[in-house]
Structures are given as structure tokens and as C-alpha cells.
Ligand binder design. Structure first.
Ligand code: GLA
Length: 395
């Protein structure tokens, strides 16, 4: 499904969010901040290993319509939950909750924790990034909040700093131990480009997505289950492998620093499952750089092969795929117009991504959806995505 977009965001969404603001908080014209969800093209479960990722912002976003208040109160209304809640800014402390307002409040808390000014806001939260689908609806909400709060307080917008604040909100306030990829993509992506990010140095390279390639998000309709604990288990396995190898090899701080040879040498000393996990991360960490080079050179066949390799590794070694993700990517690969396909995001449900020949994208989406729906009774959806810009104000 595609929708008519204005500045990379659905017009209907903007209309709905501003209309709701007018109903709930009548008065002077509000401002609007938006921040996109993302699809990660390659480099999965590498960000918290200090590695490389290649995400791209999509035309689905979190929207915050806001107006400053004279007092230190945050009054938020969620369109999705149709509820209004209030918080006193001076009472914020971490950890907070994990309801919709906590993603907003967490960013206020993160600003304050770094000595940045706060101000009270009336705001409406809306968006069209599906929740729990692996497209980073939470990072989108955090960065839209950051953009709104920065504008309301006159804080200069520094995308890298704001990405880190968003991650801090998620790690310490909401309590999800994610890496930096999602917040960084939502803050800093550029229109027309995927973003190669070194998660250690935070250096970036915008990578143009060639005209001949369409990026298709394939939502399996399956929603993540057990994702939090399985995610933390994977992180812990990576840390155990690093600790073991670092004993023998000083200078190794993360799996980013480990070579395939070093991993093989350490194998007898490692737990079998931990070894499998690291055997995904070490090669996966090279793929974003190779895929970025392939995209830049217009070598779509190579980019697609790397995506397929990534999926097989996530399925067999990291074990974060599921039946629906395996099936939809398998069907995608069978289409002659498909260069490659893989799961995207943390896994255990949610979305996959395919790289497809642009002129054939409509037929590709129809064929994959029909074949998938013949096997799986879930509300699936396929949509081509253009690379959009990161967090921005719309006025
Ligand atoms: C989630 C996390 C990210 C990243 C991915 C897996 O999206 O929020 O930080 O770890 O999973 O690549």
C-alpha cells in the first residue's frame, strides 16, 4: 500500500493529528514535528556489538503536534489509544513506565539528565509506523518528541546528540536495552539515501539508493513475542564471547574487533550456542559496508546476495527469525524481479525487506502477497518505500 505523502509523511495522518489537537487543545496554531520509522537494509544485531548498520528512513512516521505551556506540565493525547494523560516535569525519574506517554516522557527526562532546558507542552501523538513490526515506531516517537522539545526550548538540533538522547530514554526510562541504530536512523537519515553507520565512531556515509532498485517492506502480520528477553539473551551471549576472547587478545572490546580466525581459535573455550551467535555477528558486521559499496556501484545483484546471506545467518545462527519471516523472504526470492530479501529489525515476527527491480515492483508485491496469504492467515501488507529524511519540523 502507498499513500499520498507531503514532505515524506501521509497527508491524511497530518490532517488527523492536527484536527485532534484542535479539538483537545484549542487555541493558537500549534507546530508539528515528525520523525520516521526505518527499515534496516542490512547489518542486523550488529549495532550493540559496535558494528555497522545500513538503515533507511521510510515514509511512515510518528507525528507530534505541540504547543508550549506556561507551566511545567506535559499534557499528552494519543490518537491511537484515544486517551489524555498528564505528568509534572519536575517529578520525572527513571525508570518510568512503558506505555505510549513513557516514550515521550523518557525524552523529557533524558534532556533534563543532560542539563538541557525543559518546558511544559500540550501535545498530540499520532503516527502510522505499525507498532511491534520491527520498523522502529518507538524510536520515531522518541525523535519526534526530541524535535518538538528542542524547538519549544530553543535547543539547537544536533542529530547525533538527539539520537543518543533518544537511546538513553529507551534504555534507562522505558527499560529496553536497544542499540543506537533506530534512534540514529530516525534522527539523521537523508532523503534519497540509506545511511551507513559505524555504531562505534558514529561516523556516517549516506548511500544513494539507485533508481533501478525499489525497497519493499513486507509486513508478515506476525507481531513480536518474547522479543525483549530473547534480545537480552543474544546481547549477553555476545558479551560472553568478547570477554573470553579479550582474555587472550587485549584490545578486543566488542565483537566488532573479532576476526573469523580469532573466533575459530576460541571455539573450544566457548559455549556452543554462544559460538553460533558470534558466528552470525562477525561476518554480518562486514555486510553493511559491502552492501553500501554494491549499492553505490549499482551492483544490485551483489547487494541482494548479501541480504540473502544475512537472512540465512539470522535464521540459522542467531535464531531470531520465525516461520512467517522465512516464508515471506523465500517467496520473495522466487520472484525473478527480486535481488534479495531478509528479515529486518530485531526479529521474531514483524517485517522483512526485499530489494526489487523498480519497474516490476507492483507485480512483485501482488505475487508475494497472494502466495503468502495462501499459506498464512494474518493481516500481511507489502509496500514499496522511498528513502525519506530524518526528524524534522514541518513549519
Ligand atoms: C532493534 C534494536 C536495534 C537493533 C536491532 C537489531 O531494532 O532497537 O538497536 O539492535 O533490533 O539489529
Amino acid at each position: 500500500m502507498t499513500h499520498p505523502n507531503a514532505q515524506g509523511v501521509s497527508r491524511d495522518l497530518l490532517r488527523r493529528a492536527t484536527a485532534r489537537f484542535g479539538e483537545r487543545f484549542p487555541g493558537e496554531g500549534p507546530r508539528v514535528a515528525v520523525s520516521p520509522g526505518r527499515v534496516n537494509l542490512i547489518g542486523e544485531h550488529t549495532d550493540y556489538n559496535d558494528g555497522f548498520v545500513l538503515p533507511m528512513a521510510i515514509g511512515r512516521a510518528a507525528v507530534i503536534v505541540f504547543r508550549p505551556r506556561a507551566d511545567r506540565v506535559l499534557r499528552g493525547h494519543s490518537v491511537a489509544y484515544d486517551e489524555t494523560k498528564e505528568l509534572a516535569l519536575d517529578a520525572l525519574s527513571a525508570p518510568g513506565g512503558n506505555d505510549w506517554l513513557s516514550y515521550v516522557a523518557g525524552v523529557f527526562w533524558a534532556f533534563a539528565s543532560e542539563g538541557l532546558p525543559l518546558c511544559g507542552l500540550d501535545l498530540v501523538v499520532d503516527g502510522d509506523v505499525p507498532i511491534g513490526a520491527g520498523l522502529s515506531s518507538s524510536a520515531a516517537l522518541e525523535l519526534a518528541t526530541a524535535r518538538a522539545l528542542a524547538a519549544a526550548t530553543g535547543t539547537p538540533w544536533d542529530a547525533v546528540r538527539m539520537a543518543k538522547l533518544g537511546q538513553k530514554a529507551e534504555n534507562k526510562y522505558v527499560g529496553m536495552n536497544c542499540g543506537i541504530m533506530d534512534q540514529f536512523a530516525s534522527a539523521a537519515c537523508e532523503a534519497g539515501h540509506a545511511l551507513l553507520l559505524d555504531c562505534r565512531s558514529l561516523e556516517t556515509r549516506p548511500v544513494p539508493v539507485p533508481k533501478g532498485a525499489a525497497v519493499v517492506v513486507m509486513d508478515t502480520g506476525a507481531r513480536r513475542s518474547l522479543a525483549g528477553s530473547a534480545y537480552n539473551d543474544r546481547r549477553a551471549a555476545c558479551e560472553r564471547v568478547v570477554a573470553e576472547i579479550a582474555n587472550a587478545t587485549p584490545g578486543v572490546r566488542a565483537l566488532r574487533d573479532v576476526t573469523v580466525d580469532q573466533l575459530e581459535t576460541a571455539k573450544p573455550r566457548l559455549d556452543v550456542t554462544d559460538f553460533k551467535r558470534a558466528s552470525h555477528v562477525v561476518p554480518e558486521n562486514r555486510r553493511p559496508v559491502e552492501a553500501a559499496d554494491a549499492l553505490q556501484a549499482g551492483d544490485l545483484a551483489r547487494a541482494g546476495r548479501l541480504m540473502n546471506d544475512s537472512h540465512f545467518s539470522l535464521r540459522d545462527l542467531y535464531e531470531v527469525s520465525c516461520e512467517e519471516l522465512d516464508l515471506v523472504t523465500e517467496i520473495a526470492r522466487r520472484q525473478p524481479s527480486c535481488f534479495g530479501a531478509r528479515m529486518t529489525g530485531a526479529g521474531f515476527g514483524g517485517c522483512a525487506v526485499a530489494l526489487v527491480k523498480t519497474p516490476d515492483v507492483g507485480a512483485f508485491c501482488d505475487a508475494v502477497l497472494t502466495a503468502y496469504e495462501a499459506r498464512i492467515d494474518l493481516p500481511a501488507a507489502l509496500y514499496p518505500c522511498r528513502p525519506e529524511a530524518g526528524a524534522r519540523l514541518l513549519d
